[in-house]
Design a binder for this molecule. Structure first.
Ligand SMILES: CCCCCCCCCCCCCCCC(=O)SCCNC(=O)CCNC(=O)[C@H](O)C(C)(C)COP(=O)(O)OP(=O)(O)OC[C@H]1O[C@@H](n2cnc3c(N)ncnc32)[C@H](O)[C@@H]1OP(=O)(O)O
Length: 197
């Protein structure tokens, strides 16, 4: 029996066209928020996921499972693996489309156990756009980019206005985030990158 029972994307979509100023293939994507559980340097027990833009509409992410991520002894917790995919998929949407978006729906298929100490190589694709809805999917390969698929995921991200974050989020943390983005921007300028969003 197939694990994916519904067609994907589930609605008619237009091709997802990356923003003209989207980072080019080979670009290492920075941390989008230091306290982010998915990628932040200040989230000690976090996933510390790192991503690089690939060829086409693809982002390659990787994270190493530590003892802090266990469910059963020696094995990654499924919810944490779902978190890694939320981060990887969201990073692909945010960086390639350069539109603020939040996860509306996230589905995961767990195909193989993921042991502590292993690294998951996640390849995310943009699958299409329907109005504010952006469909993305990903496969997580165990211990190598071409390793066996341990987890697959599909998600719907919904484009929101920036005030989604100021209305519902933490204003102090948003200020820190703005400061970090300014710092990133300065560093990119110093490296001669084009930084206009
Ligand atoms: C800018 C530059 C960036 C630079 C680079 C940044 C990098 C950045 C990296 C970030 C990496 C972090 C990645 C983690 C991302 C999170 O984890 S985000 C946190 C988790 N998600 C949330 O908290 C979202 C909570 N939910 C909500 O706020 C609201 O429900 C939503 C999602 C905004 C939607 O509400 P709404 O705006 O009122 O819209 P609504 O009409 O309900 O839905 C819009 C459409 O989506 C459909 N829809 C909504 N939800 C669903 C669903 N669950 N299933 C199916 N359809 C749905 C609706 O049916 C509707 O369809 P249409 O009628 O248009 O056909």
């Amino acid at each position: 029996m197939s694990r994916v029972s519904q067609p994907w994307p589930p609605v008619a979509v237009e091709p997802a066209v990356p923003h003209p100023k989207a980072p080019v293939a080979g670009t290492e994507l920075g941390v989008h928020f230091n306290e982010c559980f998915g990628c932040g340097d200040e989230a000690d027990a976090g996933l510390h996921l790192r991503s690089t833009v690939g060829e086409g509409q693809v982002v390659h992410s990787r994270f190493t499972v530590t003892a802090a991520h266990q469910g059963a002894p020696g094995l990654a917790h499924g919810g944490l693996l779902a978190c890694a995919f939320d981060e990887a998929l969201g990073s692909a949407v945010g960086n390639l489309m350069r539109r603020p978006a939040v996860t509306g729906k996230l589905e995961t298929d767990f195909r193989r156990p993921v042991p502590v100490g292993s690294t998951l190589f996640i390849e995310t694709r943009l699958d299409g756009v329907a109005g504010r809805k952006i469909y993305v999917s990903a496969d997580g390969h165990l211990d190598a980019a071409d390793g066996p698929i341990a987890v697959s995921a599909r998600a719907l991200f919904i484009v929101v206005a920036f005030d989604h974050f100021s209305t519902h989020g933490d204003p102090e943390a948003l200020e820190k985030l703005a400061a970090q983005h300014e710092k990133n921007q300065r560093e990119r300028e110093e490296r001669g990158w084009e930084i206009n969003p």
